[in-house]
Ligand binder design. Structure first.
Ligand SMILES: C[S@@+](CC[C@H](N)C(=O)[O-])C[C@H]1O[C@@H](n2cnc3c(N)ncnc32)[C@H](O)[C@@H]1O
Length: 308
């Protein structure tokens, strides 16, 4: 591993000159980022902070991170620059049908039983939350699975809430426009049914069709905030590849709040590298990083044990 000295000069892409961050500056930004996002940057993430926030320094013509920190503290009364700083620091990697086994699970273990219940007189209502949706690929993958999985989707009241802390990502997600190679591996029938192909100036781009976009409502929600603007309960919550950036105390505060927003019998999907090991939160594992909340009439033995 590279030795990390007290001052680390870092070449940022397209920088007119290199930026350096001192240990003290790094610790201040680390604390600020944790306070506002829950993202717990490790001790050796100086380079990441330099390269991601370097563009904000360049924007203002600042030469040091202390100048930028002072700007955030003293010249940002409305918190606009704080939002841009948060947008710059987040990791937004995502994909259509990422961690692909989750989508057949959604179809066969959740949608198919709901359709059967609806045929027997059950409600035709479905509420899903994609809680860290990045640029929209996840909620649109959910929407496509729902449209394919409900035999007559038009007869259903379906709403997908898609949220993220990053307003740049939310703006992209709302547009639903992607480079064609991002969807190249999708089955051609899905592409034909749910995407429009760009022509002329939009050659090489695809757009998610309006009927799919209409199922999804995008909002900025910070999972770290005490209060979320959510007044419903969900059948399914996708909270994938975000808690990995949080420390254990933040995860332990967040997961029970997600469970509270699930209907009895509802499902929580985490990312494949995330887990609830050691957390007694009333969920049982039902698939690879898929968890189910106890139903109205049942209680999992491990929940009884946890309550003593
Ligand atoms: C790696 S992406 C995962 C996207 C998608 N869920 C997936 O699995 O493909 C992580 C997302 O979490 C968002 N994020 C980070 N901290 C957050 C917070 N405190 N509240 C809400 N979203 C957050 C980031 O902006 C980013 O878009």
């Amino acid at each position: 591993m590279e030795p990390v000295g007290p001052t680390v000069p870092i070449e940022t892409p397209n920088a007119s000159g290199p930026f350096a961050i001192t240990d003290r500056e790094f610790q201040r930004f680390r604390a600020l980022i944790y306070q506002h996002t829950g993202i717990a940057l490790g001790e050796i993430k100086q380079q990441l902070v330099c390269s991601r926030l370097g563009k904000r320094l360049r924007h203002y013509g600042y030469r040091t991170f202390s100048q930028y920190y002072q700007h955030l503290m003293e010249r940002d009364p409305k918190g606009e620059e704080l939002l841009r700083m948060i947008n710059a620091i987040t990791t937004n990697k995502t994909d259509f049908f990422r961690e692909a086994d989750h989508f057949p699970f959604l179809a066969s273990e959740i949608l198919t039983p709901l359709v059967a219940q609806a045929h027997a007189g059950g409600p035709r209502r479905l509420r899903i939350w994609s809680a860290a949706c990045s640029s929209g690929e996840e909620p649109y993958s959910i929407a496509l699975t729902v449209l394919e999985g409900l035999s007559a989707p038009g007869a259903w009241d379906v709403k997908i809430l898609a949220s993220d802390i990053d307003t740049d990502m939310l703006a992209e997600a709302k547009e639903g426009i992607y480079r064609a190679e991002r969807v190249a591996s999708l089955p051609p029938p899905l592409l034909r049914r749910y995407f429009l192909c760009g022509k002329g100036a939009r050659e090489g781009l695809v757009r998610v069709r309006k009927e799919v976009r209409n199922l999804v409502a995008f909002r900025r929600i910070n999972l770290r905030d005490e209060d979320w603007p959510i007044r419903t309960v969900f059948d399914v919550i996708f909270c994938r590849n975000v808690i990995i950036y949080f420390d254990r105390p933040t995860q332990e505060r967040l997961i029970p709040r997600l469970v509270n927003l699930l209907k009895p019998g509802g499902f929580l999907f985490l990312g494949h590298s995330e887990s609830l090991i050691g957390m007694q939160v009333g969920l049982r594992s039902v698939g690879k990083t898929v968890y189910q909340k106890a139903g109205d009439e049942e209680e999992w033995p491990e929940v009884r044990r946890a309550r003593g």
